[in-house]
Ligand binder design. Structure first.
Ligand SMILES: [Zn+2]
Length: 172
């Protein structure tokens, strides 16, 4: 089931999220809904606060090649446990900030530890778009958006445009 995606600015997108202590069926269903919502958007990642749930849960699938099998990942309590000194810059976007894109520089590779859908601990090194995406999504769990990496003027401009868009959408 698809869920509505919150748009920036929204106070729920600025909050630090609580760890998942108890992996309930409700949280598994939420993760499945988030994947459906992400694929439908379409996007390559989605964090629980973007659907209004302030728990440490992200989903991602950065397979982009036509014909390549999808690789949906569900991560509870994801943590970057190591990051490369080498950095890479990608043009990032966000389903909560549609139609705005900007270059963000982050570590090129990261080791991430998380709890999967079955409750098992996983550990994997990510590179390329996967590394960028997983860091972007984990940032959401701290209430941090990609525009927080931009110069204040640029960030304020995007926020103003988004506030205007939300007013227009609210008017219908
Ligand atoms: Zn995002």
């Amino acid at each position: 089931m698809k869920r509505p995606i919150l748009l920036h600015p929204d106070p729920r997108l600025k909050k630090a999220c609580a760890p998942v202590d108890d992996l309930t069926d409700e949280l598994r269903a939420l993760a499945d809904d988030m994947l459906a919502t992400m694929y439908d958007a379409p996007g390559v990642g989605l964090a629980a606060p973007q659907v209004g749930v302030l728990n440490r849960l992200i989903v991602l699938d950065c397979v982009k090649e036509e014909g390549e099998a999808p690789r949906p990942l569900i991560m509870f309590n994801p943590q970057v446990v190591a990051a490369s000194e080498e950095e890479s810059t990608y043009e990032e976007g966000c389903l909560s900030i549609p139609e705005h894109f900007a270059d963000v520089t982050r570590p090129a590779e990261v080791d991430v530890r998380w709890i999967d859908r079955s409750g098992a601990e996983q550990n994997e090194r990510f590179a390329g778009l996967w590394a960028t995406c997983v860091q972007h999504e984990i940032d959401h769990l701290e209430g941090k958006l990609f525009i927080d990496y931009l110069k204040p003027l640029r960030r304020q401009m995007i926020t103003r445009k988004m506030a205007k868009l939300k007013r227009e959408l609210a008017r219908g």
